[in-house]
Design a protein around this ligand. Structure first.
Ligand SMILES: [Zn+2]
Length: 462
């Protein structure tokens, strides 16, 4: 069931910035409100965000029984809401996280918690990750409710906390799955992790995420007697640790392809340079010699697809300016290919560091999450709606270099599909980094895309 005629929808999205429909205005207001609620771990509060979004639904006329805020700790909240369907089909789950990565005002070009709209972009922390999709899901759910939609399945919305903290006991998706499964149980879930890629402003792929690399951090630690800095020794803790980190940086895990990454790179490298194409062809043929595949390895986006990666992310050492450190520590964060054995990664790090004074210890738990099975229903819907909005742009199955809460959904048997319709320029979104941004047109196109996708997958009649 197509939600609205194509030409009309195209006109709407093309002129969204100028003539604002009431629906667009509501979406903007939800998006601005959500982005401007600080939800960082250090100073923010996802409970405030969950309550604010719950109020939006209640004000729109959702029954209180279908809107629940679940808090599992101070400053931590999750919203679960339900638009009731006929029950002919098992529910579908729309999920997004409310928390955001830290953002320091002094590092950014503007206040990260005040939504900026300039040069055709929205800019703020969370402007993409993940308050874009959270706001779209919420706004579209209200739109469906206002339209008196009668879907064949319940549409469940879960806006959750602590996705950005690797090993939080309060991870909302995990808590909901383990303690409130009935509230969010679904045939499948739509989550972040997909989106689309722009190259020089032109859409080149619309992505559906089916699997993720596995997250694992290690602590590197060097102990030393220390001593007066006026009598230095070269083998002090900080220098030893620094040498170890350089060796980690220089170490490359062997490259290999799997079904998802093979299909993905096959399509995206078509538009790339002859050198990249040749490197991919070699890797496909089983040649993974570093010099042969260097053109792929040099691009962080490709590199993350073809191998397990590790990078130093945190440092801590020393107790006084005029003393040699007694302890030096670093965190090395690794992203494992889904079939990589974590014990092999630890062994490889130890071999690369090759220094018995550097202790390497794994941190946290590894969340095993299999790839979601490809659902022909979901894939066909994504392909057809994508073709309407972005004609000629291929839909590509992807494996994310980072993790999302889909790892928990997949672990607990809810197939999760990373689909957002949010297109952004490769390497320029600022997600997890500085000056996070999304194109205004791209955001409104994604809203329309997800509206049609959810309508179609829930077989909404009106
Ligand atoms: Zn995210």
């Amino acid at each position: 069931m197509r939600a609205s005629p194509l030409c009309f929808a195209g006109l709407l999205t093309a002129t969204a910035a100028f003539a604002q429909s009431p629906d667009d205005a509501r979406f903007r207001s939800i998006y601005k409100e959500l982005v401007e609620i600080n939800t960082t771990e250090s100073a923010g509060d996802t409970l405030i965000a969950a309550n604010a979004m719950a109020k939006r639904l209640l004000d729109a006329g959702f029954p209180a029984a279908d809107v629940q805020v679940i808090s599992t700790a101070p400053r931590k909240g999750n919203l679960v809401a339900r638009l009731r369907g006929t029950g002919a089909k098992k529910p579908m789950l729309l999920t997004a996280h409310l928390d955001v990565v830290e953002a320091k005002r002094e590092d950014w070009d503007f206040d990260p918690f005040v939504l900026q709209e300039t040069d055709g972009y929205f800019r703020a922390r969370g402007s993409i990750d993940d308050k874009a999709e959270a706001s779209i899901f919420l706004s579209n759910l209200i739109r469906l409710h206002d339209e008196g939609a009668k879907p064949e399945r319940d549409i469940i919305l879960a806006l959750t906390t602590d996705e950005e903290l690797a090993d939080s006991p309060h991870d909302g998706t995990r808590v909901l799955l383990e303690q409130h499964r009935d509230l969010i149980d679904a045939e499948f879930a739509i989550n972040e992790g997909g989106g689309g890629t722009l190259r020089e402003g032109k859409p080149i792929s619309s992505n559906i995420q089916l699997s993720e690399k596995v997250y694992r951090s290690f602590r590197l630690e060097v102990k030393d007697p220390g001593g007066h800095s006026a009598l230095p020794r070269r083998d002090n803790a900080i220098t030893k640790l620094a040498e170890a980190l350089v060796r980690v940086a220089d170490y490359e895990f062997p490259a290999r392809l799997n079904t998802v990454t093979g299909a993905y790179l096959q399509i995206v490298t078509r538009l790339d340079t002859p050198e990249v194409k040749a490197a991919f062809a070699a890797l496909q043929a089983g040649d993974n010699r570093p010099d042969v595949i260097a053109p792929l390895s040099k691009k962080p986006g490709y590199n993350a697809q073809i191998r397990t990666t590790c990078v130093a992310t945190m440092l801590e050492a020393g107790h006084a300016e005029n003393a040699m450190a007694q302890t030096a520590r670093a965190i090395v964060n690794c992203r494992l290919l889904p079939d990589e054995n974590p014990a092999n990664v630890e062994r490889a790090l130890n071999e690369a560091i090759h220094d018995p004074r550097v202790a390497v210890a794994p941190l946290g738990t590894v969340v095993d999450s299999p790839a979601s099975p490809m659902s022909p229903e979901v894939l066909r819907a994504v392909e057809e709606i994508s073709a309407d909005i972005w004609p000629g742009v291929p839909v590509i199955p992807t494996q994310s270099g980072g993790y999302t809460d889909s790892r928990w959904l997949r672990k607990y048997g809810v197939p999760a599909y990373g689909v957002s319709g949010i297109f952004s320029e490769e390497g320029k979104s600022g997600v997890h980094g500085l000056n996070e941004q999304v194109g205004v047109k791209q955001l409104f196109d994604a809203k329309e895309f997800l509206y049609r996708l959810v309508s179609r997958l829930s077989v909404t009649q009106r």
